[in-house]
Design a protein around this ligand. Structure first.
Ligand code: GLU
Length: 450
């Protein structure tokens, strides 16, 4: 897939080693919304070079959870199927003298690190392996050692105009040469990501600020491979309200956990991308609406604090304003009929969509009427206007009942509500009465289960 200058290509690159949670849904959403807003494309890339930890079922779950959020990737690739491309890139780096073989064991490196720290030196890899002669390398290999491969960083500052953080820079002189290839020949994330970004034509890399240092390193790899840099944006990370990082183990904050608990996907998307920004978190009716609101430059430098109660409240507020068309299929799946008038009548009373079923039961029946004063309800029944009912029927009826009985306010409305719905709370009766209809209303007013 190649992106023209006018049409950006972004990617979301999860490792399929677990379920997506609200924290890692953020880069997915920031990228998706960016693509929507700028008429671009979205690539889903599975960073699955860690064969031991990556699982196909997690890859499937990620696609499903993105689908729940409303993200439909334009294309999907898997790094595990692209190893030959990385091998070719690694060979080019070797030929250019930028990828060098190292033989230290983890223990040796750790001892060296401790010595550096003890001497007050920064614990940067000392490049001892660069000085190995061909004979020394051969001797090490004869001992059974296999090399891992480090990228030779140029000791200079890398600067870029970050889409979120503005002018940014990292001094690579303070970094260790990163290991790109493990002893067993497998790749760490760093090189395949660059190779794929080049090969697929990614124009904008939008990811968490835990990748800022990677960006400096990867910028050097882009250059070493002769490729132009994409634009970079690093968003703040999500923490709990008390400031701790969210871990994958927080199962109930996984997208599937949230979905099962009845939280609206649109609320998750809105909170995930508006919390920790200079904009107020607000409900939206579609991802396209959200795409028009979210500005990467408004994402703050401070961490974004996640509060489950805020999500629940936003989910309810989201439902309260959702147009019928957005929920029609889900209502049908719940066995709720009544179409738009029913939805408009009840949406304001819902904390979760599934509660619509309970209100549908109140409309469709059977309902056990609660009647404390049969005389009063009998008088009211006699005054029920003829059909057709409309939005004004409730008002004209209750005015007539009030005039005949002298009842006002709660003494007027509560007995009618209890008789018609069996409950003492609920959506506006002005909207419910036409849905219940005259025949059922009369039965309920007569104390019949209907
Ligand atoms: N697989 C990396 C991660 O999940 C991707 C980071 C990136 O977007 O480059 O952190």
């Amino acid at each position: 897939m190649t992106a023209s200058a006018a049409s950006p290509l972004v990617r979301f690159a999860p490792s399929p080693t677990g379920y997506l949670h609200i924290g890692n849904a953020r880069p997915a959403l920031f990228n998706w919304l960016f693509a929507r807003r700028h008429g671009g494309h979205f690539l889903l890339r599975y960073d699955d070079t860690d064969l031991a930890r990556s699982k196909p079922e997690y890859a499937d779950a990620i696609a499903e959870d993105l689908g729940w959020l409303g993200i439909q990737p334009d294309e999907m690739i898997k790094q595990s199927e692209r190893l030959a491309i990385y091998d070719a890139a690694a060979d080019r780096l070797r030929a250019a003298g930028r990828l060098y073989a190292c033989y230290e064991t983890a223990d040796e490196l750790e001892r060296r690190r401790k010595r550096q720290l003890a001497r007050g030196l920064p614990p940067i890899y000392d490049r001892a392996a660069l000085k190995l002669t061909a004979e020394e390398k051969a001797a090490l290999e004869a001992e059974g050692r296999r090399p891992h491969w480090r990228f030779l960083l140029a000791a200079r500052e890398i600067a870029w105009a970050d889409l979120v953080r503005g002018p940014s820079h990292v001094d690579c002189a303070s970094l260790s040469d990163p290991v790109l290839v493990r002893e067993d020949g497998s790749y760490l994330y760093t090189l395949p990501s660059v190779v794929d970004d080049i090969e697929t034509g990614v124009t904008h890399v939008i990811r968490g600020e835990d990748h800022v240092t990677n960006t400096a390193v990867q910028a050097q790899i882009f250059e070493a491979l002769g490729a132009a840099l994409p634009a970079f944006g690093h968003h703040n990370l999500l923490t709990t309200a008390s400031g701790e990082g969210l871990s994958k183990r927080l199962g109930h904050l996984s997208l599937r956990g949230l979905r099962e608990s009845g939280v609206e996907a649109l609320a998750v998307a809105a909170l995930a991308t508006m919390v920790g920004t200079s904009d107020a978190v607000r409900p939206v009716a579609s991802l396209d609406e959200l795409a028009g609101l979210v500005e990467l430059a408004h994402v703050s430098r401070a961490p974004a604090k996640f509060d489950e109660h805020e999500l629940e409240a936003l989910s309810a507020r989201t439902l309260h304003q959702l147009p019928y068309a957005v929920v029609a299929e889900r209502l049908a799946a719940l066995g709720v009929a009544g179409a738009e008038p029913f939805w408009l009548a009840v949406r304001g009373n819902l904390a979760k969509l599934s509660e619509a079923k309970e209100w549908w039961q109140v409309v469709a029946g059977p309902v056990d009427p609660a009647i404390a004063d049969p005389g009063f309800i009998g008088q009211a029944a006699a005054l029920l206007p003829p059909e057709p009912f409309d939005a004004t029927s409730w008002k004209s009826w209750t005015q007539a009942v009030s005039a005949a009985t002298g009842a006002k306010g709660k003494a007027l409305f509560m007995p009618l509500r209890q008789a018609l719905t069996g409950l003492d709370h609920g959506p506006e009766l002005a909207a419910l009465l036409p849905l219940i209809g005259r025949e059922k209303a009369l039965k309920r007013l007569a104390g019949e289960k209907a």
